[in-house]
Design a protein. Structure first.
Length: 255
């Protein structure tokens, strides 16, 4: 499994992009920076996007990738998410007010995007992968994902603070090669992290221990707020008994 980091930050500057990761050039995990970080050729190769939740930094570039693919007459792009998240996208995003409804453009019979609901913990085939969603703890309904091929599995936390069921499912997942895990704020901003549904290094460390032996789980960190980048990285580097790396734009992993 090939993993490309398109965007991995909890905010945006000229040097930071919001969440978007691509597997094998055919499926994306979230869409915060799919068009700002991918050329047209790579945009057109995508078959599906898994959307963890409806916050703008995870869905924004669904708008522009839909527009680009429509002009190129691409096959429909699958947008897979929970029924609630799809409802939000239809009502508040692709609503012909904020943005055209590309699920009916150029026509209902030949749409640019196709919404596919994912039921929690029910395995479903998406773009050739076995996908399971699992609800995590955020300020709105949010899901993590476990994505599997016959040989490899990876997990993606989505936006979350401390949670439980996610770790139970990871323990039951064979061939788990990596976890893409959010951490957003430094420990001194614990109050802000808690009210916004995110991790600090302290709460991340505690949650990772729910996996059993977190040293056995390569954990790739994302969603650090640009203002706190250095501070969060230093605090994560001091954590014991874990296997952590911090992702950067353009990083590439073969899992």
């Amino acid at each position: 499994m090939d993993l490309r980091v398109v965007g991995c930050h909890g905010g945006e500057t000229p040097k930071h992009r919001t969440s978007a990761f691509v597997l094998d050039e055919r499926m994306a995990l979230d869409a915060g920076s799919l068009t700002s970080g991918l050329d047209l050729k790579l945009q057109f190769r995508l078959q599906a996007v898994l959307v963890s939740h409806a916050h703008l930094d995870h869905v924004r570039d669904l708008a522009t990738i839909a527009d680009n693919r429509c002009q190129a007459e691409c096959e429909p792009l699958i947008v897979a998410a929970s029924p609630w998240t799809i409802k939000v996208l239809k009502k508040h995003f692709f609503n012909n007010l904020l943005w055209p409804d590309f699920s009916e453009i150029p026509s209902k019979a030949t749409p640019t995007i196709q919404f596919v609901p994912l039921m929690p913990e029910k395995p479903q085939q998406v773009a050739g992968y076995r996908v399971r969603s699992v609800m995590v703890n955020h300020t709105i309904e949010s899901a993590g994902f476990i994505v599997e091929t016959p040989e490899t599995a990876i997990a993606y936390s989505g936006d979350t603070g401390p949670t439980d069921r996610f770790w139970e499912l990871l323990q039951e997942t064979p061939n788990l090669k990596a976890l893409l895990m959010e951490v957003s704020f430094p420990n001194r901003e614990q109050k802000l992290a808690t009210v916004s549904g995110h991790h600090t290094p302290r709460t991340l460390h505690k949650d990772l221990k729910k996996f059993g032996n977190p040293k056995d789980l390569p954990t790739l960190l994302y969603h650090i707020k640009p203002v706190f980048q250095g501070e969060v990285e230093q605090e994560c580097a001091s954590l014991k008994g874990v296997n952590l790396g911090v992702m950067g734009i353009g990083d590439h992993y073969v899992l």
